[in-house]
Design a binder for this molecule. Structure first.
Ligand code: ADP
Ligand code: MG
Ligand code: MG
Length: 251
């Protein structure tokens, strides 16, 4: 069953009107893992931000249908409540809000949307303390302010913790491997793999093929100059590793 269908999506930078996405086509079905790879500056992050409705970008054409509904009609919060999760390449800090309160608020907003039970601080504590193991984090992590003073690895783990708590039909993970040492990368990958079900899907974006050793995609797409120029299986990554992006885009 199709989860996300993107057709001829074009987008510009809102301020300068410079065109970055030049017609992206992508179909993701339930239970699939997709990876987008590509040179720096090819538009990978822009594509993921456009999917979640980042205000820096303006869609100028094409469509994005998510779970049968027009994603482009929804504001960013609606998209997230509807089951689209995004982990940012550079997660933001939220001074003065504890990680615990932030996650509890986000959890309740999602439960409200799903028509399920919201949880007070004590009940939520029970839920979240069980999830901490997933990302190999200590409980005191929850009392710190969101992303404030977190190391690169802690930020990534925190993003995956958010995903574990909120659940999502499609998780877009932009460079969750960047800046991680092998231990942290393995933790994060294990956590992501542990969250996979036959129904939910992952779109991971990475510049390096190292991540693919830990999270195995069903499809790899190569982005170049605002378009997906090639799609294939894991063997594409092998070619990339050997010959670089040049071999792929001219293929
Ligand atoms: P990637 O994630 O593949 O490295 P990006 O999507 O971050 O690429 O960027 C694609 C191109 O668009 C780059 O040339 C980048 O400088 C430009 N770009 C993206 N977002 C902005 C922005 N908000 N303002 C100005 N330029 C941007
Ligand atoms: Mg980049
Ligand atoms: Mg990027």
């Amino acid at each position: 069953k199709v989860l996300l269908e993107v057709r001829d999506l074009t987008a510009v930078i809102a301020e300068s009107k410079a065109q970055i996405l030049k017609g992206v086509n992508l179909v993701i079905r339930e239970g699939e893992i997709h990876a987008i790879m590509g040179k720096n500056g090819s538009g990978k992050s822009t594509f993921s931000k456009v999917l979640v409705g980042h205000p820096d970008y303006e869609v100028t054409g094409g469509s994005a249908i998510f779970k049968g509904e027009n994603l482009l009609d929804m504001d960013p919060e609606e998209r997230s409540l509807f089951g689209l999760f995004m982990s940012f390449q550079s997660p933001i800090e939220i001074p003065g809000v504890s990680n615990m309160d932030f996650l509890n608020m986000a959890y309740n907003a999602r439960m409200r949307k799903l028509g399920r039970k919201e949880l007070g601080p004590i009940e939520f504590y029970e839920v979240i303390s069980r999830k901490l193991d997933v990302v190999n984090m200590k409980i005191d992590f929850l009392n710190r302010n969101v992303n404030e003073g977190f190391s690169g690895g802690e930020r990534k783990r925190n993003e995956i913790l958010q995903l574990a708590v909120l659940g999502a039909d499609l998780s877009v993970l932009d460079e969750i491997d960047s800046g991680l040492d092998v231990d942290a990368l393995q933790d994060v990958a294990k956590a992501v793999n542990g969250l996979l079900t036959p129904k939910n899907s992952v779109l991971m974006i990475t510049h390096y093929q190292r991540l693919l050793d830990y999270i195995r995609p069903n499809y790899i797409h190569i982005m170049d100059d605002g378009r997906i120029v090639k799609t294939g299986d894991i063997s594409i990554a092998k070619v990339l590793e050997k010959e670089g992006y040049k071999a792929i885009s001219s293929a």
